[in-house]
Design a binder for this molecule. Structure first.
Ligand code: AMP
Length: 258
């Protein structure tokens, strides 16, 4: 009987040691992962059709992970709202759902990237690059001016039908310091007012059905060339399926690939 008690006690102690070893191992792995994120600087871009949720994902990464984000669309809309000379030029293209000429976009993104090149924070470029020319310029810019940064391309996969539905029903807050985004299916916005600042919600000009179809044409026309530009430069395209997922689920999956 005594021998059995001894054996059981020994097995118990052995299990305890094993458990504590596993927990140390898990903690160490977490630490390694965190360190990896700390020591490596990334510039992410999301490859996705308009409305796939790249803006929302970028905003979550900014507020919850302290990433810095440049959204070219938001930057351009700010110029338009402030009626700057550049804004007047940008509006001509954006209202029709066309792309802004490469030279103009590249010079604005370059200026922004150089202004943050010494940051230790991770960077997201939301809505850039959108053409093969922009992709090639960006890759060269990173190589020459931000050599500590690793460029990562994440493709948000979703069907055209699902995003058309989202875009047509998207409503945004026009207040520049708010810019909250909603969907008409949300009962909370039945009164048409922003839940954060009470501004009257609007539909973006380029979310109107005729402009959406033009934006899709432009996106899918450029997507193949963009993918080819990445492949030619040896850049891996990481896939994140965003179909039928909430923004929080998408964010969790994004964190998992960091
Ligand atoms: P977004 O908010 O990202 O959907 O962008 C809105 C609009 O801004 C697009 O339909 C384009 O007219 C313009 N735009 C934004 N980013 C770019 C870019 N990288 N290249 C050309 N045009 C852009």
């Amino acid at each position: 009987m005594q021998t059995i008690t001894k054996i059981v006690t020994n097995i118990f102690i052995f299990c305890l040691i094993l458990l504590s070893g596993c927990s140390n191992f898990i903690n160490n792995s977490k630490e390694v992962k965190n360190n990896m994120l700390k020591n490596k600087k990334f510039i992410f871009t999301f490859l996705s059709a308009p409305g796939a949720g790249k803006g929302t994902l970028a905003q979550q990464a900014a507020s919850k992970l302290n990433f810095i984000v440049l959204s070219t669309g938001d930057l351009f809309r700010q110029h338009i709202a402030n009626n700057t000379t550049i804004g007047q030029e940008l509006k001509k293209y954006m209202d029709k759902g066309e792309l802004v000429p490469d030279d103009l976009v590249i010079s604005m993104v370059k200026e922004w990237l150089l202004s943050v090149k010494d940051t230790d924070r991770q960077i997201i470029l939301d809505g850039f690059p959108r053409t093969d020319v922009q992709a090639q310029k960006l890759i060269t810019l990173i190589k020459n001016n931000l050599p500590e940064h690793n460029f990562r391309v994440v493709k948000l996969e979703i069907s055209k039908g699902e995003i058309t539905n989202r875009l047509v029903n998207r409503r945004v807050c026009p207040n520049k310091s708010c810019q909250a985004v909603y969907n008409t299916s949300m009962p909370e916005i039945a009164a048409g007012k922003c839940l954060k600042c009470s501004s009257v919600l609007i539909q973006r000009n380029d979310d109107k059905p005729e402009v959406i179809s033009q934006r899709f044409d432009v996106y899918y026309k450029n997507e193949d060339e963009l993918i080819k530009a990445y492949q030619d430069s040896g850049i891996n395209i990481e896939i994140l399926s965003v179909s039928q997922k909430t923004p929080d689920q998408i964010f969790e999956e994004f964190k998992a690939i960091l």
